[in-house]
Design a protein around this ligand. Sequence first.
Ligand code: F6R
Ligand code: MG
Ligand code: MG
Length: 366
Amino acid sequence: MRVTLTAIKADIGSIGGHIRPSASLLKEVERSLQPHLGKDFIDFRLSYTGDDIAILMTHTHGTDSSLIHQIAWDAFKAAAEVAKKEGLYGAGQDLLKDAFSGNIRGLGPGIAEMEFEERKSEPFLLFAADKTDPGAFNLPLYLAFCDPMYCSGLLLSPNMFKGFKFEIMDVAYTEGDKVIALTAPEELYDIAALLRDPERYVIKAVYSRTTGEIAAVASTTRLHNIAGKYVGKDDPILLVRVQGNFPATGEILEPYALVPYVGGFMRGSHQGPLMPVKRNSSVSFFDGPPIVSCTAYCVKDGKLSEEADAFDHPFWDHVREIASKKAIELRRQGFYGNAMLPYGELEYGGIVERLKALEGKFEVRH
Ligand code: F6R
Ligand code: MG
Ligand code: MG
């Protein structure tokens, strides 16, 4: 059967700062979705990563369905009202527009959707990250889909010998979706040249070159493009199909052991290591570090299996230790140099005013 996976994620308010949503927020999202179950969509799951709530839905309406988007939008709106009543911090933060007009893209929440013909067994992964931006998935996806040092399937499995096609988006462009398609391995260096700059170029989707099937899709929302200014990080979400013509689950997971430094962390304005965490984890140290969760599912006739928490394993405890060490090490240099993001990526305009005021006090000596 043809099924669509829709993952939508938003920060609509959280407890004690930017830590995690309250149980009543999650309950309200669930209450709002429940009447549509078995009617408008086949199945759904809820989870949170830091202060963001993720809704995963399965249905047959295809991508960009206004019905499905509206259901998610209404659920977030209803829960944002609860957040306001509870006095939670940043209530309704990611819901940047008042009215829904057919598509949730451009309204604030991050969205990743894919439609495909279900395989006999259809395993897939849902990644959700907090205190970072969509470029955080660039390196893990590149390594898993392009590099035989990480993905042994590129050497061992004839299903993958042809490699993969990448769609990469220039997220600085605001007039539409500015996208380039590049193929690995032939255009590997071009792909790397773009992905090198994760704040500007972001992987939007990956396709098998053997079958043309979609392999992965990530959210590419940049809130500051919508709001005209920085209003929060664009904490991203990612769907990846695994096994068969795609990398194995473990090949997709392996690059996360690198804990690469990504943009985000405190006030969305720093660099921090991307720590793989268990589902429903909060943030802490310096409002971070940036975190990523991964839930594994199978889908059959649109019904979701129970979930397996891919980073809930002793191996990842060790990686989390490494991430903590890397976080502490970089935090030792505070505001200095690479510890903070470049000017254009700071979530706050305050420093611009400060520097403007100082500019007038400079004197030029000859
Ligand atoms: C991401 C996140 C941060 C905040 C940032 C601004 O989940 O929560 O990127 O958007 O720390 O916070 P406020 O608005 O509290 O200054
Ligand atoms: Mg937040
Ligand atoms: Mg967040």
